[in-house]
Design a protein around this ligand. Structure first.
Ligand code: CA
Length: 439
């Protein structure tokens, strides 16, 4: 059953004029959720939705607007700044709120005069991590990334045999997740210099980004009760950009036998706006493993997943060095890719995660793994673009990079485009690297 409805009509326009600009990330058809406070204020953080260059403050909108009694009840956790409680609601009720907000922001709505007071310019807001992230897991679904990186670490055995059977992942750390606009401190760690007999403790020399999406879990599951594929979509709330900062020299030394640890848990950056699954509905597409590959086991397979389990989302990484920033030069694009290349779908990640009875909770975050494209210049990390540091990239101003330098600002961007649908953007996921602490 298609969930496309009037909120996906590409011709629909808003009375918020900036939402009608062709290049806005946040048209009326998007309506992503975020957490903000007015810059310079110490008010409690509020849930808002992005609309053009504005935010609709749902604390104010819940009381200023006129809503049906059912919608008023659903708006209450949002008015209280508690996105997690809203995420826990069934999909049909979350969709009911989308419809109410869409109708209220639609050009010609009688709500315009009441809701104008609830608009806050995004330029005057300070964004926060949008919800309580109880647990964070990072998957590894980018097969081009896994193959290229596997070759660097294990030239004779790049893709381990389990890769095409089981969605690989590890448990990350939620305490160090920050929102776009923050800084990331270069970590200290154990490094094993080439040819050395013992490791040294030093600042990471091979600091890297990873281009990922993050799926926020909606309603969870009780401990011991798996989520079948047929119900996976209802447990998916929405998607952000995610940068899994990685210390490659620390990773190379510490990763065996248990996988990533301190090379990853010092920082993760996400974009502030969670784009709902409803907003992404027009961008679903067919999903299949190549016929020559193992086909998913039955618990990871469904007609719906094969028919429309993938999402076509354009992904980009941009770099602005400190030298470029001082000279007033814009960021340069390092690569582009598309989420359609992922080897496992969002539904398969979620279902697999709960398949042993592990209980997911509203607000849990599932990273997709680095989404590199099939071509060599489509690597979603410096590790891939520089072939493990062996070849450096030359930037437009003549600077070179094999890994990231202090002062570098990495920005991830994404948007969904399709004939017959309004372009949906994700905003930015940016952070600037600051020097390591003194030893
Ligand atoms: Ca990762």
């Amino acid at each position: 059953m298609s969930l496309l409805d009037h909120t996906h009509n590409p011709a629909a326009q808003s009375w918020v004029a900036s939402a009608n600009a062709a290049d806005t990330d946040f048209p009326l058809q998007n309506l992503p959720y975020g957490l903000f406070r007015r810059a310079g204020s110490n008010e409690n953080a509020r849930v808002g939705i992005a609309i053009g260059d504005q935010i609709l403050d749902l604390h104010l909108a819940a009381s200023a607007g006129r809503w049906s009694s059912a919608v008023q009840v659903l708006l209450q956790p949002l008015a209280d700044g508690d996105l997690n409680s809203f995420m826990a609601q069934p999909a049909a009720q979350r969709r009911q709120v989308r419809h109410a907000l869409f109708d209220a922001l639609l050009a010609g709505s009688k709500q315009q005069s009441a809701l104008t007071v609830a608009l806050v310019p995004q330029a005057k807001a300070q964004m926060a991590v949008p919800c309580r992230i109880g647990d964070y897991t990072d998957f590894y679904t980018g097969i081009h990334h896994a193959t290229t990186v596997g070759k660097l670490f294990r030239p004779d055995n790049p893709l381990l045999p389990n890769y095409k059977w089981v969605p690989i992942g590890y448990h990350g750390r939620s305490s160090s997740i920050g929102v776009s606009g923050s800084t990331v401190r270069r970590p200290l760690g154990q490094l094993m210099p080439p040819g050395a007999e013992a490791p040294v403790r030093a600042a990471c020399k091979r600091l890297d980004h990873e281009l990922e999406l993050g799926l926020f879990v909606a309603g969870g599951n009780a401990l011991g009760e798996p989520i079948p594929m047929a119900e996976a979509d209802d447990h998916m709330f929405g998607v952000t950009l995610l940068n899994d900062w990685s210390a490659r020299d620390m990773q190379g030394w510490e990763y065996q036998p248990l996988g990533p640890f301190l090379a990853k848990n010092f920082a993760t950056t996400i974009s502030p706006w969670i784009v709902s699954m409803d907003a992404l509905e027009p961008f679903r597409s067919a999903f299949a493993h190549p016929a020559s590959d193992p086909q998913p086991l039955p618990y990871l397979d469904s007609d719906k997943n094969r028919g429309e389990g993938a999402y076509e989302i354009e992904l980009e990484v941009w770099l602005q060095t400190e030298t470029m920033r001082v000279a007033g030069e814009p960021a340069t694009r390092l690569m582009r890719s598309n989420f359609k290349h992922a080897y496992w779908t969002l539904a398969q990640m979620l279902t697999h995660h709960a398949s042993n009875g592990c209980n997911l909770q509203p607000g849990d975050l599932l990273g997709t793994g680095t989404q590199s494209g099939p071509e060599a210049n489509e690597g979603g990390s410096m590790l891939e673009l520089s072939l493990g540091g062996k070849q450096s990239l030359t930037l437009p101003n003549g600077e070179t990079r094999s890994f990231l330098a202090d002062g570098d600002c990495i920005s991830l961007r994404a948007y969904a485009l399709k004939e017959g649908a309004r372009r949906i953007g994700f905003g930015e996921c940016s952070a600037t690297i600051v020097p390591a602490p003194q030893l």
